[in-house]
Design a protein around this ligand. Sequence first.
Ligand SMILES: NC(=O)c1ccc[n+]([C@@H]2O[C@H](COP(=O)([O-])OP(=O)(O)OC[C@H]3O[C@@H](n4cnc5c(N)ncnc54)[C@H](O)[C@@H]3O)[C@@H](O)[C@H]2O)c1
Length: 368
Amino acid sequence: MSQPTRIGIVGCGSVMQRPYMRLIQPLRAAGAVDVTIACDVNEDVRPVVRDRLGIPSFTTDYEEVIDSEEVDLVMVLTSMLEHGPITRAALTAGKHVLVEKPMAVTLDEAAEIVEMARHSPGLLVCAPHVVLSATYQAMWRHIHRGDIGKVLMTRARYGHAGPDWRPWFYLEGGGALFDLGVYNITCLTGWLGPAKRVMAMTGVAIPERVVGGKMMRVEAEDNAHVLIDWGENVFGVVSTGFTMQKYRGPALEVYGSQGTIQMMGDDWDPSGYELWRNDVGAWQIYEGADRLWTWTDGLRHLVDCIRNDETPIVQPEHAFHVLEIMLKAQESGRDGQSKTIESVFTPPTFEDDREEVAEHLVHDRTQR
Ligand SMILES: NC(=O)c1ccc[n+]([C@@H]2O[C@H](COP(=O)([O-])OP(=O)(O)OC[C@H]3O[C@@H](n4cnc5c(N)ncnc54)[C@H](O)[C@@H]3O)[C@@H](O)[C@H]2O)c1
């Protein structure tokens, strides 16, 4: 068996300590990975990292992770403003990189990262990893084999009341689009391909919040409706915000000339999908494909790709395109103008596996 992929982690906050470590522990137990070093500017997490998470080495300087000869893969799990510089440094050092979303907070920096990744010996996987879920892929298959006809319109939604543990979510380089809307925009562009134009209303609906026990002023948008144009009068809307206490109903809806398909649950945690086809004349309900899937799955995928010498299906060019849409939506929110989207990418494709799709059909009203 090949040697474990050696991971160095930068940023040991909420996402590292729980969701990513929950995925790392079984990979570590299976001998697929080893975590050799972790880094956080906050000294207080040192005992957590060493004693509770069993990581042998801790530093407050991310350069030590990047320069370490005992690290093959750097995970960038810091707050968003730091993603770009740390990712660039890790790629320069020839490491494989997993970076949480967004890969950077400016298009120039993200363009540099995408270009570096093309020439670097290391692979780059940028969150979100939603294209890896079986539900996303099954919906892609239905859409692309024409089950709902020509796609004409989409709607997507993701929001909650807002994180209450760190102020950076509400400051420059944070905001609801980067934190939440990013998932919806990744799915929609993955299914429909590159967008051509964006227009948005974005703003701060709750100007003061208590975060980490302290009152703060909110600077980054916490409320957004983003209109996306794919050309040929195919339009979508993404509604996102730290302004939604609860909702029921589909996360994503895709309307075609012959039917409708909609994802239930959230796109980072899908619970299934529902398909309406005019030729069938009934809703077909699919569930259970992602019972064990977690949104941190990009790490498992990256490790598999490293070990099997394969190219990840989560592409930096897709993450770049999504970032361009989000940044231009923010600009549009400020000046009220629509913005042309210039970047393009080729979305990942999936084989047409009808048996696998059929396995998750739990309710078919045509069978009554
Ligand atoms: N919280 C969520 O539910 C969630 C879900 C999915 C993805 N994410 C993404 O994961 C990332 C981390 O989110 P979080 O909720 O864990 O945030 P967090 O604030 O809890 O953790 C970030 C950690 O990074 C550390 N850090 C900041 N700058 C650093 C630097 N230069 N070097 C080393 N450490 C540094 C901070 O001290 C902190 O401990 C973000 O990009 C976020 O968008 C978060």
